[in-house]
Design a protein around this ligand. Structure first.
Ligand code: ATP
Ligand code: MG
Ligand code: ZN
Length: 576
């Protein structure tokens, strides 16, 4: 028995067998039946979705002994030769390696003569967008005076790169990417035909990894067969493709739902201990949250959810834990994290920061909305991309308020009676609506109430350091988490809450060095930069200090301004 790769062995032989491209196959079949076949076609679409397959079936349909027919028999000499790639009248040319003028001239010569033994000559030009300009022009001449009984099929993954004059002389068919369902359905069919056993989870992993290309899906299946034999398990396929286990995603969802930074950081730790690729994990998380978002918006049964039936209840359950806005926000944060992971060194750090942002995203949300509002932002708040450029400092502070201090809780809980930050219920709406533009009056400056001059000075210097390091997202976000700072005995001490310990441990050496230089520049003398943890709630500073910090906070200030309120009391988290 000769060995044939799965993708070739299961190449469709009739239009009806082609999955997911009915808009193309039906039109072609009609054209053949009504004897209106064009001189030139462009088959455009991503890799592995059936372009070459459809081109060969079209050739068979034209040349079948019973043809032209939309249902070639597949058994006559002509059909068999075409399937085997030995037909003299069906030329398959890879334009990527035959892109020059000479090849096209030859081709023109060839198509001059009548077909040898068939009704039509069919020229399939693969990767047609790779032709040189000269070759394109030569081809164009041929298309302008199309020889009798010649059909050109230009297959390309980039129709937009074809010259306009060629496009205008051909009929364009856009092949679409295949859906998760179509790919998993096809994998299951083939698995059955091959008498293999496979977990439905494994099929799902393969179908997802195929990213719309059936050929890719089948190649992956083939790899899985080589790896696992004829009983393919979910775990084996995940191992093979380096895909994280669903339980890790469950954990991530749990950490976010519970808003537990600790769980989130523990998860990164575990991924590293297991030797997982962090970027890969991030992509999986994006995929998962995309599914959750779709499940939330369209229901878990929707076609658009890329998951097998038996995983859907779990998706529905995850999705129900968050609002649509939250899920959109998570999705955006993950996309940004993925970008960071791709472009910047130190993946661990960026994944940790990304997950911390996810954990805090729900708390941040109302602040972002209010900020958007204060900016007179026209963009709906739920798009919630981290505002970049417009108000970078304010955004960074939003994080500091919510992540590192009791402020976030205070602001978030504003409308409740036990509000920590009470907001005068003046004419302001109950809940700020983001798309009402607000006159851009500068927030009223509230006198700084720092009790002792030294810490006031230090905090002013910290502000100056922050301003200098604004361009570094890493350092800005690090500094925004500092609860206070002091200068003493040749040291510039930055304090953090104990819960932010990991954050303080993950600053790379160069960043620390940069921070030291900035401090020296601001203070005017070299100081050692020390990172300290506040021992606990008791060590968090007097409430007057806390109050002073909030009075200075640009967000709190802006809120007071906007709602016409005043701070009545500042409490620490957990304080009654
Ligand atoms: N729509 C489809 N229906 C059924 N099988 C398909 C389909 N698309 C791809 N396949 C499978 O993938 C293999 C490759 O498909 P094909 O060569 O037609 O892709 P293509 O679109 O020409 O890709 P490329 O752009 O890489 O040339 C086929 O042999 C078949 O097994
Ligand atoms: Mg092809
Ligand atoms: Zn035939």
């Amino acid at each position: 028995m000769s060995y044939k790769v799965i993708a070739r062995k299961y190449r469709p032989q009739t239009f009806a067998e082609i999955v997911g491209q009915q808009h193309v196959t039906r039109t072609l079949a009609n054209a053949i039946e009504s004897n209106r076949v064009a001189h030139a076609y462009i088959f455009s679409g991503v890799r592995g979705v059936g372009k070459t397959t459809a081109a060969r079936i079209l050739a068979k349909a034209l040349n079948c002994v019973n043809g032209p027919t939309a249902q070639p028999d597949g058994t006559c000499d002509s059909c068999r030769e075409i399937s085997a790639g030995t037909s003299l009248d069906v030329l398959e040319i890879d334009a990527a390696s035959n892109r020059g003028i000479d090849q096209i001239r030859e081709l023109r010569e060839m198509v001059r003569y009548a077909p040898a033994s068939s009704r039509y000559k069919v020229v399939i030009l693969d990767e047609a967008h790779q032709l040189t300009d000269e070759a394109s022009n030569a081809l164009l001449k041929t298309l302008e005076e199309p020889p009798e009984r010649v059909v050109f099929i230009l297959a390309t993954t980039r129709a937009e790169d074809l010259v306009e004059t060629i496009k205008s002389r051909a009929q364009l068919f856009q092949f679409r990417s295949l859906t998760f369902q179509e790919i998993s359905g096809q994998i299951e069919k083939i698995v059955k035909a091959e008498n293999l056993k496979i977990d439905s989870g494994a099929v799902a992993v393969l179908a997802r990894a195929a990213e719309g290309s059936l050929r890719d899906g089948l190649s992956l299946l083939e790899q899985a067969m080589a790896y696992a034999g004829d009983d393919i398990s979910d775990a084996q396929v995940r191992e093979l493709l380096g895909v994280v286990a669903e339980s890790v995603l469950d954990d991530l969802v749990g950490a976010i739902a519970e808003q537990s930074s600790e769980r989130a950081l523990g998860l990164v730790h575990r991924l590293i201990a297991d030797g997982q690729n962090l970027q890969h994990f991030c992509r999986e998380a994006i995929r998962h949250f995309r599914n959750l978002l779709v499940a939330r918006v369209c229901g878990a049964d929707s076609e658009l959810v890329a998951a097998p039936r038996d995983e859907r209840p779990r998706l529905a359950e995850h999705a129900a834990r968050f609002s649509e806005e939250d899920l959109t926000r998570f999705f955006n944060v993950l996309l940004e994290t993925d970008d960071d992971l791709r472009r910047k060194p130190d993946p661990r750090l960026h994944l940790e920061l990304g997950l911390l942002r996810l954990v805090n995203a729900q708390r941040l949300a109302p602040l972002e909305e209010i900020l958007g509002d204060l900016r007179g932002d026209q963009r709906p708040a739920k798009s919630s991309q981290t505002p970049q450029g417009a108000l970078p400092r304010a955004t960074a502070s939003a994080q500091s308020v919510s992540v590192s201090s009791s402020g976030a809780a205070a602001v978030r809980m504003a409308p409740s009676p036990e509000t920590k930050l009470s907001v005068a219920p003046s004419t302001a709406p109950e809940r700020p609506v983001s798309n009402v533009p607000v006159p851009a009056s500068p927030p009223r400056i509230i006198a700084r109430a720092a009790e002792d001059g030294a810490s006031g000075l230090a905090s002013a210097q910290l502000d100056a350091v922050k301003a200098m390091l604004q361009s570094s997202r890493l350092l800005s976000s690090f500094l925004e988490h500092a609860t206070r700072c002091e200068i003493d005995a040749g040291e510039f001490r930055l304090f953090f809450h104990a819960e932010n310990r990991t954050l303080t441990e993950m600053l790379p050496r160069e960043a620390m060095e940069r921070l030291r230089t900035a401090v020296q520049e601001v203070v005017g003398q070299p100081l050692r930069v020390c990172v300290k943890l506040d021992s606990g709630r008791a060590g968090m500073g007097r409430s007057s200090e806390l109050r002073a910090r909030f009075e200075e906070d640009p967000i709190v200030r802006a809120m007071l301004e906007k709602f016409g309120g005043q701070i009545s009391r500042v409490k620490r988290p957990g304080e009654e």
